[in-house]
Design a protein around this ligand. Structure first.
Ligand SMILES: Nc1ncnc2c1ncn2[C@@H]1O[C@H](COP(=O)(O)OP(=O)(O)OP(=O)(O)O)[C@@H](O)[C@H]1O
Ligand SMILES: [Mg+2]
Length: 223
């Protein structure tokens, strides 16, 4: 019996610029992310910059950063609720797979990204409010992120926690000197800028930071 998961006959649920995301063939609540082979060749193959070829984890560098930041969060006291849960690694017929929880929408489908919601014209007040809740918690936390985008947060729903945005990718420091990991103020400043960039993509009415209200002001003081 082989423990190598067979994914190549399956259609991926989603595709990013680096990875394809498959439903776990045996465990319903999980996903397996594998690196796209054409991207491996382009970015880490013979034509790639020398320093990229010297990185020992090569195509897994983003996963390595993500796992390191995930572990750092646990070392500090626990994963933030807005970060996807990691389940580990499994071998697949498409290479080493990174196993995470599968975030779902209210209907049980795969949770949409903020980018998909914007393109589908589904960015209503509820979505904006969920984004602002995410933004508040994200900014207040010590989580370090290298690649924040509207494609890397999904609007998930479950009976226990209701509707919320969850970060599914981009965790960890992407710079040679991990300034954001060492300096809390630099990390906050960077996250505020990244949030503002994504907020500006929301349809009009949400392009500027939500107005200050007494509730928001008190919450900000409490952070
Ligand atoms: N835990 C998850 N639950 C639900 N959907 C997810 C999850 N993780 C990823 N996805 C979906 O798969 C897509 C691609 O995943 P991911 O962002 O991890 O890949 P990537 O190729 O590294 O992305 P990027 O293009 O940002 O480098 C996401 O944009 C999202 O639509
Ligand atoms: Mg992504």
């Amino acid at each position: 019996m082989s423990s190598v998961r067979q994914l190549s006959a399956q259609t991926p649920l989603a595709t990013g610029t680096l990875r394809r995301v498959y439903a776990h063939p045996e465990r319903e609540g999980l996903l397996i992310k594998v690196i796209r082979p054409e991207v491996i060749e382009r970015r880490w193959g013979r034509g790639a910059a020398w320093y990229k070829r010297f990185r020992r984890a090569r195509q897994f560098i983003a996963v390595q950063r993500e796992v390191e930041e995930y572990l750092a969060a646990h070392a500090r006291g626990g994963r933030a609720d807005f970060v996807q849960r990691v389940h580990g690694f499994e071998e697949t017929d498409l290479g080493l797979g990174f196993v995470t929880e599968a975030l779902r929408d209210r209907e049980g489908g795969i949770a949409p990204t903020l980018g998909q919601l914007i393109r589908a014209g589904r960015c209503d007040e509820r979505v904006r409010a969920a984004f602002e809740r995410f933004a508040r918690d994200f900014e207040a936390s010590d989580v370090v992120i290298g690649d924040f985008s509207a494609e890397n947060i999904v609007l998930a729903w479950d009976a226990e926690q209701g509707e919320r945005f969850v970060l599914v990718d981009g965790l960890g420091s992407a710079t040679f000197i991990p300034l954001k990991a060492f300096c809390r103020a630099a990390n906050r400043w960077s996250k505020r800028r990244q949030l503002a960039r994504v907020r500006a993509q929301l349809p009009s009415g949400a392009g500027v930071e939500a107005k200050e209200t007494p509730g928001r002001f008190v919450r900000r003081l409490a952070i």
